[in-house]
Design a protein around this ligand. Structure first.
Ligand SMILES: [Zn+2]
Length: 421
């Protein structure tokens, strides 16, 4: 049954707020967007849902998460692992310790919680990294969509060959629930170079989405440059990889990636905090995309991504929360409020909104389905109550800056009400 949804404002990702705006939805798709009057003319018999003093805007796309870690804070405290600020490598060591302290099966409930938190925060889709492949069944019945990037890492030939076999078998299923599968070689410092190359080739041959953590920390730079530093001295010792430590390569992260066949169109790079001009130009030229995770970067104290340079070079950008091992929530409203502070010199509120909507949709290959309110796309939107009178020109800025803790009063995905307070 078709419906007209209307509220005080309708806010598409790519325009200014439309006062008295409305959208006509039929069978889960947006048929028309315009003023309520206009839509009543084109569909006079269709029932109207009026949300009153509220804003309709596209549901968000969180382009980088690890939902299997959504119970990390409780696991860490049960394992006696500290949560005080620490270095990047200390944080990885803590994460390994916590993951070793739990039963893998515990990640099933964590994924379910992560899905619930994502929906509560107004997200329609996530780009999720999954290291425990059995966890894919937790995605089977949710209205949330996106990509599950099956994670790979390891240095030992035998281990990685086994992993690739298992990976290939799971990939035959193509997806779980509304999610498609993709690949995620973890990072340049956690994966055997030959295996890294093999995974990138596989992703391209099979036309699978692919994502990798890159240029996140200064420790990664030292690793790729001189083959030394904290990652070797501490991580490689701790996980018995010391015999796999590399020779000095004198490469920057993007040079290393390109050398292993990992710089290609729509490759989804995550973090990019340490990137320099030549690398940024190479990313833009290749048509790769980049997910910014500003709160995770701040929590791990690795620096702030050079977003003004990304923007100038025309790099396609999205926004992600990363996991609850390095962030306090899975909400893009929270992430946007923080991004508005740390990237205030580079992005307008409208551009920030674009990261969480059209940018995220492009990052996950969902641009023909999500990320905007326009005919042909899915009727997937959130309803945000307005608590004060706002002039249209202040609306986006106010929504972004005061977004911390915000939850939509309703989330409609594919025309279906998912949650309503
Ligand atoms: Zn991550």
């Amino acid at each position: 049954m078709a419906l007209i949804h209307t509220a005080k404002y309708l806010l598409a990702a790519s325009g200014s707020p439309l006062e008295g705006g409305a959208l006509l939805e039929d069978q889960g798709r947006i048929v028309e967007v315009g003023s309520l009057k206009q839509l009543q003319k084109s569909a006079p018999l269709v029932e109207i849902v009026d949300y009153g003093a509220a804003v309709l805007l596209p549901a968000f796309i969180n382009a980088h998460t690890h939902l299997e870690l959504s119970h990390y804070p409780a696991w860490a405290s049960a394992a006696g692992v500290g949560s005080a600020p620490c270095s990047f490598v200390d944080w990885i060591l803590r994460l390994i310790q916590v993951k070793r302290s739990i039963q893998h099966e515990a990640m099933h409930a964590a994924i379910k919680s992560g899905i619930r938190m994502s929906l509560e925060a107004g997200s329609a889709a996530v780009g999720d990294i999954l290291s425990w492949y059995d966890g894919r069944s937790a995605f089977a019945e949710t209205p949330l969509t996106g990509r599950i990037f099956l994670e790979s890492l390891g240095q030992d030939v035998g281990v990685t060959q086994q992993q690739f076999k298992r990976l290939s078998k799971v990939l035959k299923e193509q997806g779980s629930g509304r999610f498609e599968f993709g690949l995620s070689p973890h990072s340049p410092y956690t994966i055997r170079p030959q295996y890294l190359r093999q995974l990138f080739e596989h992703a391209q041959q099979q036309q699978l989405g692919c994502t990798i953590h890159i240029a996140e920390s200064p420790a990664e730079l030292a690793f790729l440059d001189n083959g030394d530093g904290e990652l070797i001295e501490r991580l490689y010792s701790a996980v018995n990889w010391y015999q796999h430590r590399p020779e000095p390569r004198h490469l920057r992260p993007i040079e290393y990636l390109a050398e292993h066949g990992g710089l290609f169109k729509d490759q989804l790079l995550v973090h990019g905090v340490q990137l320099v001009d030549s690398e940024i130009d190479a990313i833009a030229a290749a048509g790769a995309q980049l997910v910014l995770c500003p709160r995770s970067n701040a929590q791990l104290r690795v620096g702030t991504a050079p977003v003004a340079k990304f923007k100038k070079a025309g790099v396609k950008l999205a926004l992600g929360t990363d996991s609850l091992a390095s962030n306090r929530s899975l909400s893009l409203w929270d992430e946007l409020a923080f991004a508005a502070e740390v990237y205030s010199d580079s992005f307008s509120a409208q551009e920030l909104l674009g990261l969480a909507t059209t940018g995220g949709a492009a990052a996950l290959g969902l641009q023909t389905q999500l990320g905007n309110l326009q005919p042909g796309l899915k009727a997937s939107f959130q309803v945000i109550p307005l608590t004060e009178q706002l002039k249209p020109h202040k609306l986006i800025e106010t929504l972004i800056h005061t977004g911390e803790g915000r939850q939509p009063q309703a989330l409609i995905l594919d025309g279906q009400l998912v949650k309503s307070d």
